[in-house]
Design a protein. Structure first.
Length: 191
């Protein structure tokens, strides 16, 4: 696999690798209860943010030892509550443990930036890289079934709901359901 040329840019977004100075902005997003509610981890503390950003700084491409690409989502697009260029989220893709042809995708968006199509724009850009640059066969997403915003995003970008696993994951003191969405390289014509 050839290295990917970064950052990725779309009409309104810049998707770039992590740098150490991302700790504060990512902490602002990931420390929120409403953001972490459907994640497998608790809200971030400053120490957790430093550790997570340091880990994500190593995830620079599927062809690297990390077998992952973690990107910061930035926009300079004017938002009422976010003026100027801002970090508005995170999107990542990582190879499935047993395959070079399958990868999982995940995204987190600052609630202040929701409703503007930014997550859709970022996810489509990463799917384009997955299929066009890396030549993957399949990309899938897994999420807490209560996370309707994430499920709606998966549907919007052309992923198909493939499974609803009932009470399969113990998270934050309760059994939760998991939704699994998938997209094959051959599905992209309809996306």
């Amino acid at each position: 696999m050839e290295p990917i040329e970064l950052p990725l840019t779309t009409d309104r977004l810049r998707l770039r690798t992590y740098v150490e100075s991302d700790v504060e902005e990512q902490l602002r997003i990931f420390s929120r209860e409403d953001v972490s509610r459907f994640l497998l981890e608790d809200p971030w503390t400053a120490e957790v943010a430093r550790t997570k950003v340091s880990e994500r700084m190593q995830r620079t491409g599927l062809e690297t030892e990390s077998r992952a690409l973690a990107l910061v989502i930035e926009t300079a697009y004017g938002l009422d509550s976010l003026e100027g260029s801002h970090v508005i989220g995170d999107i990542a893709i990582w190879l499935d443990n047993d395959s070079e042809q399958k990868a999982e995708i995940g995204w987190i968006l600052d609630p202040a930036a929701s409703g503007h199509g930014f997550a859709t724009e970022a996810a489509i850009a990463v799917l384009n890289v997955a299929f066009d640059h890396y030549g993957l066969h399949r990309v899938f997403a897994q999420m807490d079934s209560r996370n309707t915003a994430s499920a709606n995003l998966a549907r919007r970008i052309g992923m198909r709901e493939e499974a609803h696993l009932r009470k399969d994951w113990w998270s934050k003191g309760e059994w939760t359901d998991t939704l699994i969405f998938g997209m094959l390289s051959s599905d992209r014509q309809t996306a």
